[in-house]
Unconditional design. Structure first.
Length: 266
């Protein structure tokens, strides 16, 4: 199984997992033309995609989902509430064809070609929100983004993960001392907002196991975070628990507007 992050942040989120046989897209917050350009540059076949998973209905995750689904004739999987949110989201100009809408239940496991996909509840102030634990080719990958707090539903998936993408959205002091209006600060810092660097570090320190090989910090705020600050904060917390990033597992930061390299998940 291989992995690319095409974008991670409020400008647009899209992740691609693929095997030798087929691909699986998670979220579609980037323009279709841009996705095609990236795939050409990487020598990756977007036509190999067979399914789209959606975490939640905010525009930076779904604004191109209808266009992408139509162009490639791909079914789109998410909860009924997320699909309702997509229909009602004015940022989604092209809606998903009814014949391509697929519903999943939180806590359920489904088979999608080469991929075994388990969804789980994630607290966020969207219509609904889920994370995904995906198994293929004898390994696994977990995505936890746009998460207000780490709940008991989420913790077991961190413990099971071999490869993990997890939100480190903001530095709490930068939010408190920044220019955002008070209501927006309270939203971000709430249990249905976004995960801070500190909370991300604590989540890893308390739940990661020897299974974990690589962690990528995702969905960093452009205004309230910096890649090196996020990495340093998480590393400091991990080391305080006796965990050594770079030795116990790799730790990297996904860029907001630049694709990652093609990463092989062994």
């Amino acid at each position: 199984m291989k992995f690319i992050s095409f974008g991670s942040g409020s400008s647009g989120n899209c992740y691609y997992l693929f095997t030798d046989n087929e691909g699986l897209i998670i979220d579609a917050g980037l323009g279709l033309r841009m996705l095609k350009k990236y795939c050409r540059e990487y020598g990756v076949s977007l036509a190999a995609a067979r399914h789209i998973l959606v975490t939640h209905d905010h525009a930076d995750h779904v604004k191109s989902v209808g266009s992408l689904s139509y162009e490639l004739n791909l079914p789109v999987y998410s909860t009924a509430e997320v699909h309702t949110g997509i229909v009602n989201n004015f940022c989604v100009n092209k809606k998903i064809n009814r014949d391509l809408v697929r519903y999943i239940e939180k806590g359920s496991t489904i088979e999608l070609g080469d991929f075994t996909v388990t969804s789980f509840a994630v607290p966020h102030d969207s219509r609904d929100c889920v994370g995904y634990f995906i198994e293929a080719d004898g390994t696994n990958f977990c995505l936890i983004t746009d998460v207000g707090e780490i709940t008991d539903d989420i913790k077991p998936f961190i413990s099971r993960a071999r490869y993990l993408v997890i939100e480190a959205n903001h530095d709490e002091e930068m939010v408190e001392n920044g220019p955002y209006p008070e209501y927006l600060k309270r939203r971000i810092l709430s249990g249905i907002g976004h995960l801070s660097n500190k909370a991300c570090g604590e989540a890893l320190a308390n739940n990661a196991t020897a299974n974990l090989r690589h962690v990528w910090l995702c969905h960093l705020s452009e205004e309230n975070n910096h890649p090196e600050l996020a990495r340093k904060t998480v590393e400091t917390i991990l080391r305080s628990y006796g965990i050594a990033p770079g030795t116990d597992f790799q730790l990297d930061v996904l860029k907001r507007k630049t694709p990652s390299e093609v990463i092989e998940l062994l």
